[in-house]
Design a protein around this ligand. Sequence first.
Ligand code: RAM
Length: 521
Amino acid sequence: MDMQINKEVKIIRNEAFLEKAEALDHPLFEEWVRPVRMVKMVADEAAIHGFRAEALPDSPLETAPLGKGDCVIFDFGRHLVGYPSFELEPVGSPPDAPLYFRLTFAEMPVEAAVDFSAYDGWLSKSWLQEDAFHIDVLPKIFHAERRYSFRYMKLEVIDSSPKYQVKLAHIKVRAVTSADQASLAPLHATRPENRQLDHVSLETLKSCMQSVYEDGPKRDRRLWLGDLYLQAQASYVSFQNVDLVKRCLYLFAGLPDTQGRVPANLFIAPEVRADDTYLVDYALYFMDTLYDYYQHTGEKETVRELWPTAKSQLNFAAEHLNELGIMEDRPYWWSFVDWNPDLSKATPTHGLYLLTLKRAASLAAEFEPALVEELTAKCEMGKQAARDHLYDAPTGFFRSGTDHQISWHSQIWMVLGEVVSKEEGRQLLLRTMRKNPEIGLTTPFAYHFMVEALFKTGLKEEAERMMDTYWGGMIKAGADTFWELFKPDDLNFSPYGSHLINSYCHAWSCTPTYFIRKYQL
Ligand code: RAM
């Protein structure tokens, strides 16, 4: 897949929007957290990635004297995002050489078990959470300046000197989030499985909620539109941080290019900056996120201001329609849909386009009535085009792309785009599950839309079963927070060449809480 580098993109900053976003940047909530136990990582073939944490009897609050080559691992008992600190106290002769140690932070046991030097994925190694420090003067209260995302913290003494060792005490983490526990809506679910799914979803969402809705606090630590769309939905029914959704929408709207397109993601520091990646589906999610925002808040001013930005994304998407009125694949990364290099994105993106047109028409009824007819007509034409040109009657499935690919994604998105009736959609989804097309779902992001489609067509039991087996499968495999990638038949799956670089607390996977609370499961 070619990552298209848009060197020519010019951003037209909308300072008024960026100022609005800035004003919505509230201070984070902080909590001091201490480790709950010391552990060692042991090889175990039955464990995910081959390692599990085993408790040690040592106190997690201070260590024995540590010298060259010694290593300790603290387990904080849950996933945290924050800044660790501890006291370093020399033991023995006066320290006659600097202390040199390495910290490694792990969301999963494997990250604290293996040597990162063997990493050979294609995303930068700099994402792996490991840092070495020299301390010239002891004793010292060490405060990490970088923010880490982890459950386990490993400390290795690279060297002290033959004459002294070092003890650690008062180990703690200043954990940060923009999720306000006091605003958490009550959960009515009684089924233990759902309570657990909800809990892990909230842990995930909380860690991803920082000064923006981040995709993953370990990686990429930035604001992606697709992730935002799902996080906002999960947030409305749980922590209810509406201001943060609004802030993120204004940030995107503040950085359009000359054609009015919003980028797929933004960098936040040192100041907000647009990435030069443009994805049709992510651009459409701007309208969908705005639609949900309005459904949830009924607040008109924001929608009125952001409506032109949302409309521009429809125009961007429409540029990808062919002469039959159908989305067409491009040879570069034009739409995301899922991490599957073999996936044709055309039909899934077409379905999303139709769904977005419908929502746009609904917003237009209030904010630009003159446009309702045109948007509705485009939506109906798009549906008819899909029925005429994408449906393969002999197999009963929708195809995508010039190779007429039949994927899970295409069926899901034809249902969500309402190309078929509710009953037809129901049959289509059941057929898809029976036939199990080879081009399958690889991320919780893509699974989310499958579950959504199942609920939409009244297949409630199937939806719940999928949540139990998929997200519940992550919990069974040891998830404290839900992962960026999960392929039950390939637990080491990574689109980046190594599972070490995967994010194990990822925003787009936090939606069981949304389903459980919305459908009162
Ligand atoms: C990855 C991240 C992010 C996602 C993009 C498309 O970089 O997982 O969450 O939105 O892909």
